[in-house]
Ligand binder design. Sequence first.
Ligand code: ZN
Length: 223
Amino acid sequence: MPTINKIIRTKRKTIALIVESNGDLIIRAPKRATKREINALVKKHADWIVEKQDEVRKEQEAFTPRQFAEGEEFYFLGKSYALQYTGAKKSTLRLWGEKLQVARSVQEKPERVIEQWYKKEARQIFTERVNFYAEKYGFEYNKLKLSSAKRRWGSCSSIGNINLTWRLVMAPPEIIDYVVVHELCHLREQNHSKAFWAQVGAIMPNYKARRKWLKENGRRFSW
Ligand SMILES: [Zn+2]
């Protein structure tokens, strides 16, 4: 059962369940409503409450500007790492357990160090994945380019360039693969016709679930 954060007694006649923008569950109840009645109602609507809390939390995550503060969450290949500043002397960054460690003494701003690191990883990982699918399924592309787009994960140009935003490297590997396959298929079909999706489906039969996942969760990778 979801946790009740606060019960507000008022003169109202019915019990109301309110999910606040921070995810807290607030109950507005008549003075005479018993704890048991309130609990029963919360239990009955538990699915709705959890769904709503999830929704508002995701929303908040997406709209909170990055502070690059200690403990802030950063995604890499679908896993989340908490930012931790270390005393290392060199300008370094490493993943250590569940931490993203950045040397405190770096002269550059941490956001630059982190962005550069993401870009380097993205280039390496995307190159490997694009080449894997291109070779396996006989696609010929011109160049792989990194973009910094926040909403557009990838695109395919008329001269055969595959463009992928470096932010995509925050997503799980199977989602990166979906975007890679999607863009490669645009080399053959420059639209989202049935023929296009048939190509994607032939390579990746479960692409619909991955596409849906990216639609629902992609915002958290757009810092
Ligand atoms: Zn497309």
